[in-house]
Design a protein around this ligand. Structure first.
Ligand code: GLC
Length: 430
């Protein structure tokens, strides 16, 4: 740990708790006011992890509202539009999921795609923290979590690894990993639209117009097919197997298996998913860059990108053949690690979202995975870099890996959450 006084740590703990309360909209938490005014899927699961450090009841409530938005087919949408906000685009009307057959009647307005399935991992951690208080609540959530994973395996895992149907599904919106696949999307016929994100944040920290046109084109494409997963898988020009989705689901299945044991439920089906995901992960190994990579399922091409998701295998529970040498190279290239894209790559941009910046939540998963695998020095480096960024630069959405410049939104929920759960000197990693 780098040098931080106990007083400073206490101050930051208080600030992190204040941010979670500030972004609490009553039962669910927004990532940050203005830029992201709704409930996002994996943000919400991280928020629960943060709340668990000081309010277990509120932590369970967060997971409950998240899973209450689950579609009838098992999908948990990446955004739930609880209260309409004109400051965000694309809103519920653009997604047009209201009559999607997979959704089912009477559910909250939502997007039509999902996001990394981290909910079961945090449900397990929160339950373990206080099994007495959590038993009834986790028992009620368990069948929903199983249905969510079953949906992912059926709707996105045709290659063994887990695929995204839209860059937003990976949670790494504009990562260079998708560039080649996105070039195959011709954004013709996109209805005129006005971006709102660039009204909240400097455009040079956000995706480009070329990206945005394709994001919206892919939304229209899904909507025209009634968000039918099979039709989208068969017909979309964009289909990329992704290490983020693959390793987070692998980890979430392991944690769901532990929950099943604790609840006396059968874990046979879950073990089958883990085996399939382990085999699928091998298809993402890129020997040329010596780490995990994304694979365009339309061409079979690996993207050639070293990202922070390249180092999630440890979090996924894998131990053999992990990319420790590549991680050391990245550590040397980025004073604040782990960058979302290799600083040595011509595509690297230190402030542009997922094309370079450091993200606290990715660091938490990489760091915890490293620690579990016994790579203590590497784990300590990731944790210290994260703590230093937050302590010196605040609870920003992301940070420049060279000089630590804070970027994107401020007072950010998941940055506060991983501080409380993991990066703070006072955190008891759940
Ligand atoms: C951005 C991020 C995504 C996150 C969302 C809300 O779209 O790329 O991962 O879930 O913002 O914070």
């Amino acid at each position: 740990m780098f040098d931080m006084t106990p007083e400073r740590a206490i101050e930051l703990d208080a600030e992190a708790r204040r941010i979670l309360r500030l972004n609490d909209r009553g039962g669910y938490t927004v990532p940050t006011a203005g830029l992201y005014p709704y409930q996002w899927n994996w943000d919400s699961a991280f928020a629960a992890y943060g709340f668990a450090a000081f309010d277990i009841d509120r932590a369970w409530t967060e997971l409950e509202t998240l899973m209450a938005g689950q579609w009838e087919n098992g999908m948990v949408p990446h955004i739930q539009f609880h209260v309409a906000d004109p400051g965000y685009f694309p809103g519920a009307d653009v997604w047009g999921t209201e009559d999607a057959p997979g959704k089912g009647a009477g559910r909250v307005a939502s997007s039509g795609i999902s996001q990394p399935a981290v909910a079961a991992s945090f449900a397990w951690r929160i339950y373990r923290k206080d099994p007495g208080a959590g038993a009834a609540r986790v028992r009620a959530l368990f069948p929903r979590l199983v249905a969510f994973h079953r949906w992912f395996m059926a709707a996105r895992a045709e290659s063994g690894a887990v695929a995204i149907s839209h860059p937003w599904e990976a949670g790494r919106d504009n990562a260079p990993d998708w560039d080649e696949a996105m070039a195959g999307v011709v954004p013709e016929g996109v209805a005129p639209y006005t971006r709102r994100d660039t009204g909240h944040v400097d455009p040079k920290m956000r995706p480009t117009k070329e990206d945005y046109d394709r994001y919206i084109w892919l939304v229209q494409f899904g909507r025209e097919r009634g968000w039918d997963d099979a039709a989208i898988a068969a017909e979309s020009p964009f289909r990329v197997a992704d290490p983020t989705l693959t390793f987070t689901l692998m980890r979430a299945c392991r944690d769901l298996g532990l929950l099943a044991e604790a609840l006396g439920e059968d874990r046979g089906e879950i073990d089958g998913w883990i085996a399939r995901l382990e085999a699928g992960a091998e298809t993402l190994w890129n020997p040329e860059i010596a780490c995990y990579d994304a694979r365009n399922l339309r061409t079979g091409q690996l993207s050639g990108c070293v990202s922070n998701a390249s180092f999630l295998g440890w979090w996924g529970g894998l131990r053999d053949g992990q990319p420790v040498d590549t991680l050391h190279r990245i550590f040397d290239a980025a004073p604040y690690s782990v960058p979302s894209h290799d600083p040595a790559s011509p595509k690297f941009e230190g402030l542009r979202y997922w094309r370079g910046p450091v993200w606290g939540i990715m660091n938490m998963m990489v760091g915890v995975g490293l620690a579990e695998a016994g790579l203590i020095e590497e784990a300590a480096r990731v944790r210290a870099d994260t703590a230093r960024l937050i302590s010196e630069r605040g609870f920003a959405e992301y940070f420049d890996p060279h000089d630590g410049t804070p970027a994107g939104g401020g007072t950010f929920t998941w940055t506060a959450a991983i501080w409380l759960g993991w990066a703070s000197p006072n955190a008891e990693e759940l």
